[in-house]
Design a protein around this ligand. Sequence first.
Ligand code: MRU
Length: 335
Amino acid sequence: MMNDFKALEYKDGNLVFLDQTKLPLSEVYIETDDYEKIALAIEKLEVRGAPQIGVVAAYGIALAFKDGIENPKEHFFKVYNRLLNTRPTAVNLFWALNRMKIFFENNIDSNDLFNLLLNEAKAIHIDDIEKCDNIASNGLEIFDTPKTVLTHCNTGQLATGGGGTAFYVIKKAYEKSLIKFVYADETRPLLQGSRLTAFELEKAGIPFNIITDSTAAVLMSQEKIDLVITGADRIASNGDTANKIGTYNLAVLCNYHKIPFYIAAPSSTIDTSLNSGDQIQIEERSKDEIIKINGQLITKENYDVFSPAFDVTPHKLIKGIITEKAFHKPPFNFK
Ligand code: MRU
């Protein structure tokens, strides 16, 4: 593997992760054992991507027990609720925190809670690495011949605990000579595409262009895109999928141009408690992320903004959902 990097690891009593707000211009690592810093890092998108915030939150719970705690139950729920309220859309966060909660409740009387919780967090991390590997293998099914692919946001090592979801499918396909070229949507407003996916494509040696989000239609009309694949933040039982704002636009464009549109995500992204996507809570982000770039105003401060971080793609626009378990074809029914 050329120029590989570590996005996230547990090392010598600390969680160590790349500060994604600084990429790709600086590769700065944050090293912390403080759950409040971890919660802030999730809120500020220093760590991000649905599976990755789940893994990071699990480590945050464990690290909160590093020093002896007088009232473990009270402390657990203080930390749990802090992490639970960092971001509302990606269900992997709630999935991982719930797994830590069940584990804590089963071990509440132990006098070695830190090590037990740490092992559970490590198990969640390893589980995500394995899920990514299997998603990548299952995803190869969509490549019968070499393809030019378009993707949105970032779904690689910077978004998971392992190799990634949609990005890892692309990377594995490239290693098998099944990728001709990748177009990476820049992904306004936080530029996960032009900053993070471009960084990972460069590291993997995959040829690519960054495009503005509004360029996709032109490329599709010129028959330059063979397929689109993205990740997901939450998938309802009927297959409706919440992902980074702009994903729905791509799915509509694919439908018009008869281009297959795929989702790749671990099963921890599927929320079987929801029948359809209209029940998914969509995060709204601050106005500053739209009216400023690098802290500099680009429009008038008094202008109002509407900035949902995610949209929901209706299941009928999705040709397949790739999980670690299978390549799911419509009609989807994840109940
Ligand atoms: O706001 P972000 O950067 O956390 O949003 C991330 C996405 O929308 C990803 O596409 C999604 O989490 C899948 S990551 C494998």
